[in-house]
Write a protein that binds this ligand. Sequence first.
Ligand SMILES: [Zn+2]
Length: 421
Amino acid sequence: MRVTTAFNRLLDLDGVNVTRVEFEPDAVVVTVALRRRRLICPECGWSTRGRYDGRPVDSLWRHLDLGRWRLEVHARLRRLWCPTHGARTEGVPFARPGSGFTTDFESLVAWLATRTDKTAITRLVRVTWRTVGAIIERVVADELDPGRLDNLFVIGVDEISWRKHHKYLTLVANHQTGKIVWGAEGKNAATFDGFFNELGKARSAQITAVSMDMAPAYAKSMLKEGHAPDATICYDPFHVVKLATDALEKVRRTHWRILWDLGDKTTARKFKGARWALLKNPEDLTDRQTEILTQIRRNAGKLWRAYQLKEALRAIFSHDVTKAEADELLRRWCSWAQRSRLEPFITTGRTIRQHRTGILAAIELGINNGRIEGLNNKVRLIVRRGYGFHTAQAALALVMLSCGPIDLHLPHERTPVRPHP
Ligand SMILES: [Zn+2]
């Protein structure tokens, strides 16, 4: 078998013939020629037989490694004149326009990005993190389900910090599928306006309920004419429980500072270290954290009361409750918070009472807390992994890649290898 024939089968690239194979010190360089005669616009697929000029464009792409070798594909391309896009270098069937990587290589990087961390990817595939960002942006633009904004009825909107120093993304989830369907940089009413603009009037009118946190920005946008003014506002359990978690954290911080100021440094340090023991769900605690919790309980006092309040609120939503039951339980919880003599919980009780209708609406509509919490945790994990991306677009692409309606396949899982004679 000739070496070019062998490489034709090994590389399995669409629409080309291998014409030459060379070994360089750190890479295998494979030269290919396009089989088709027509020139195709890489942007729109428009095709022509005529060249724009005689100037050849020497191009190269990185393909999947071959053993320990990096593999480069080289080709001499032609230029064409597209009526829409003007002068362009012709597109190739095995790579996305503007990319220096083959589609197979990009599929591998995208799949890895949803499953492993920055260090592992950059070391394994030998590209920079910035390049990983550019690759996943292309894959998402290409592969995300184009129908993701159709048939949205019950949605959730939330903000997430994608980088330190107050850099936020707004994400919209379809509660029926549990997928993130839209995202943009920012977290104010104008950001959410962008979602409704993209959706258009007809699709916006189909929305029956929107779950959100208790900050006013998203509701303000939703209530605008032409958006979804008649949809029910729901305050989902995830955000309600978060109020209590934040209140508990405030109590803990005040508590250890008081001990510190009183000169009780040892106990103060203990409470400083108790943060995770208090905030985690009891079923997720390590042995050491359970022990810390037992100590706090033995000393009773404010912090234990705060912890019990937080857990009691969480318990209301962790079982299937009817709207009437939830109403009664929330009422009891609020009066308990009111009597707690813990300032942060008194405030939380007041907030919950003010938003009672929206909280009960979430329960009535069956907006499942476990699912929202699951999606939230997944998004937060992904974003933490993406910390260090230079742009909001790259961070957003990583979220959509991992939590959006998209089917990722590894190179060997795509259409079966073409039969060879
Ligand atoms: Zn074109």
